[in-house]
Ligand binder design. Sequence first.
Ligand SMILES: C[S@@+](CC[C@H](N)C(=O)[O-])C[C@H]1O[C@@H](n2cnc3c(N)ncnc32)[C@H](O)[C@@H]1O
Length: 213
Amino acid sequence: MNKTDIIPFYGGTHPELFEIERRCMDRPGKVIDFLDQRLPNGKIIDIGAGNGYTAQLLIKETRPIVALEPDEMMIDSTKPLIWAKGTAQQVPFHANTFESAYATWAFFFDGMPDVDKGLAEVERVVKPGGEIIIVDNYGHDEFCALSTRKINSNVDYWTAKGFDYTVIDTVFAFDSVEEARTLLSLYFGDEAGTVNQTVFDYKVVAYTKTNHK
Ligand SMILES: C[S@@+](CC[C@H](N)C(=O)[O-])C[C@H]1O[C@@H](n2cnc3c(N)ncnc32)[C@H](O)[C@@H]1O
């Protein structure tokens, strides 16, 4: 694993801020519901699993989940997951190991180098006929409007790669204005630190594709 292959993430050094993110982002749990309905039984891999928040909500006896994460500081081994250290660019498993793979807000960001390489790796480790699901910001909502840079994914890129997509209407819902200001100023800078609301419309996109190779 090359260190330069890892996209820096604040969650390992500031777990208390990541705790706010995970609790408040998609507060109604609609992304979890979507993944829960789509993921089959059998071995699944979560690419860029973070601290395992999503995998822990989706794992069940018939659906073991490997949480793949490159940042040692993100790995929470108290969670009952099968952890693997590695990157999307170099998934440390044999071909056709998994029934399905998903990534939530991890690595497959618009304009990042190596997205094609990561996708090829995911296609390699998922069995033919298995489903690949990539989750990211859709944009066109109150949350993304807070950013001065583009933070939504590129639907054209993924549809050109043969993915369908579903837009999930959800919210970022904070417990207090202070909490909203704390996290949003971390993301977007000082101006977002003056917000006066706790709930922000948030659209998430889930790209889905049956793996053919
Ligand atoms: C925004 S967090 C999302 C974590 C998790 N998927 C979630 O939804 O809570 C992005 C994660 O991707 C990881 N990451 C960074 N570079 C990566 C790479 N090259 N391949 C896979 N994951 C990577 C980061 O360490 C971080 O844990």
